[in-house]
Design a protein around this ligand. Structure first.
Ligand SMILES: [Zn+2]
Length: 288
């Protein structure tokens, strides 16, 4: 393993990069005083068949080979006095990676969930035991209600069960309106569509910002230029497309970097308007 410690500008709107190692699947940068680590669980080829409403011309233009790489990521935020995880992935690599970064699972204080699909909550429990024994779990009330009341997914119910009263629900704010923090510097924003309570998180410290936008998109090469194209994983494809364009537009206008759970390394970057759609500019991966 070839560790690289880097200091330099990662993005114009972000402060110094702290650590990057692509072979290790860890990319870090600062949001004010917060250290944010993008942690890759898996990176593999996906199939364009998941795209809904993409005609041949669009596919030919943006993914001529018919396939693309996508990732499963989680994010660790080291905030002053608090370690926050955003989603857990399937529950594979996250434990080794946070340990490598000096944060044992027992030192995670909060797990924020963008939504309750298995590739986001898979690391919460094993055999009925909480894998983050001291963490509170935060999720949108709508998301909790959908997956537990309808009981459509036993895995979602089981994931939260060992946390009992440590599960905290919130009402996400509306994009562009005054937001309410659930933890210092963390504000949830409703991005319903991918799932009934899908939430993105605005991370803010010392004037710097980041939006961790979960599953707002799955195929960056296609969905930035044409946000109207949804993925078969989106439960409400129209709502997902609507909020996708709104969040991209907001991020571009306000120059707020974004980070996604299925975007390939470094998983974070800036959004720019490009014609009728957008362009994603990944953060610089500094040379060692
Ligand atoms: Zn996902």
């Amino acid at each position: 393993m070839n560790k690289k410690i880097v200091f330099g500008l990662v993005l114009s709107v972000m402060a110094a990069g702290v650590y990057a190692d692509e072979s290790d699947g860890i990319f870090s940068f600062r949001v004010g005083q917060f250290e944010v680590y993008m942690l890759v669980e898996t990176q593999r080829e996906g199939n364009a068949g998941i795209l809904i409403g993409a005609d041949g011309a669009v596919l030919k233009k943006y993914i001529p080979s018919g396939s693309f790489f996508h990732s499963t990521n989680t994010f660790l935020i080291k905030a002053p006095g608090r370690n926050i995880l955003v989603d857990t992935g399937f529950g594979g690599a996250v434990f080794d990676k946070i340990k490598k970064l000096g944060v044992e699972a027992g030192k995670i204080d909060a797990v924020l969930l963008t939504h309750m699909h298995g590739d986001h909550i898979g690391g919460l429990q094993k055999d009925g035991k909480a894998l983050f024994p001291n963490a509170k779990i935060y999720l949108a009330s709508r998301e909790l209600e959908y997956w537990t009341k309808t009981n459509v997914n036993q895995g979602a119910v089981a994931a939260l069960a060992p946390y009992g009263s440590r599960v905290e629900t919130f009402e996400p704010g509306k994009l562009g309106s005054k937001l309410k923090e659930i933890l210092p510097g963390i504000s949830p924003i409703a991005a319903y569509g991918h799932t009934p309570g899908h939430t993105v998180f605005l991370v803010e410290n010392s004037g710097a910002k980041l939006i961790i936008w979960g599953d707002l998109l799955h195929v960056a090469l296609v969905q930035f230029p044409v946000p109207e194209i949804s993925a078969s994983y989106d439960m409400d494809t129209k709502a997902a497309a609507r909020i996708r364009r709104q969040v991209f537009d907001y991020a571009a206008k306000n120059k707020i970097p974004g980070a996604g759970m299925h975007q390939v390394f470094p998983g974070v970057g800036t959004v720019e308007k490009d014609g009728k759609g957008f362009r994603f500019v990944p953060a610089n991966i500094p040379a060692n």
